[in-house]
Design a protein around this ligand. Structure first.
Ligand code: HEM
Length: 170
């Protein structure tokens, strides 16, 4: 592979890790912040809390999730990690994205139904996110072989199929 691309791996890994720290930290903090949306507080306090949760979700946590995924995808190709632990990790990342969407749904419901919507107990989304983060970190740091998983042949070999359009040969 081109040398200068290889040289970017540490930078992309730093970006990946910095972004995932913001993403994961946010997914743990936001459920606590959302629990502060109590209809009993004054309208001004409610407005402030709503602004804080909305801003945190849209300006920090969601962009951090996007950067994590983009940098991680680059790392797959640069590090050529086409291995079982990576596929297992991606399955857990997909579930983390579902938790992310769940938290976003709570943020939206609170904005659309001020005073009516009671967010779920914060430990529910926070625990779901934490369990997934631990599973992901275990996979990526231990890099287990997972060679007891038998993949079907069609996942391991090129199928020799033809794209429905022409592509340059180089
Ligand atoms: C779609 C999302 C993601 C993709 C495609 C992805 C992919 C990757 C790849 C290919 C590597 C390089 C592995 C190596 O150098 O051996 C990596 C490193 C890493 N990833 Fe991810 N990742 C994603 C999300 C996450 C998430 C959500 C976490 C944490 C909760 C995470 C934690 C890490 C850590 C800690 C490393 C550094 C591991 C090391 O250098 O040994 N990643 N990721």
């Amino acid at each position: 592979m081109i040398d200068w691309l290889i040289a970017t791996i540490p930078i992309i890994k730093i970006v990946h890790i910095a972004a995932l720290v913001i993403w994961c930290g946010g997914l743990l903090a936001l459920p606590m912040m959302l629990a502060r949306h109590d209809p009993a507080v004054t309208a001004e306090d409610y407005r402030l809390i709503r602004l804080a949760t909305h801003t945190t979700y849209t300006l920090f946590i969601t962009p951090a999730a996007v950067v994590t995924v983009i940098a991680g995808t680059w790392l797959i190709f640069l590090r050529e990690t086409f291995v079982p632990w990576l596929f297992a990790k991606l399955a857990f990342v997909a579930l983390l994205v579902v938790v992310h969407a769940w938290v976003g749904h709570i943020v939206a419901r609170i904005a659309e139904e001020p005073g009516n919507h009671r967010p779920p107990a914060p430990f529910l989304p926070a625990t779901a996110a934490l369990v997934l983060m631990i599973a992901i970190l275990t996979l990526v740091l231990a890099k287990p072989a997972l060679d007891w998983i038998v993949f079907p042949g069609w996942l391991l070999e090129p199928r020799g199929g033809q794209l429905p359009f022409d592509v340059p040969s180089r």
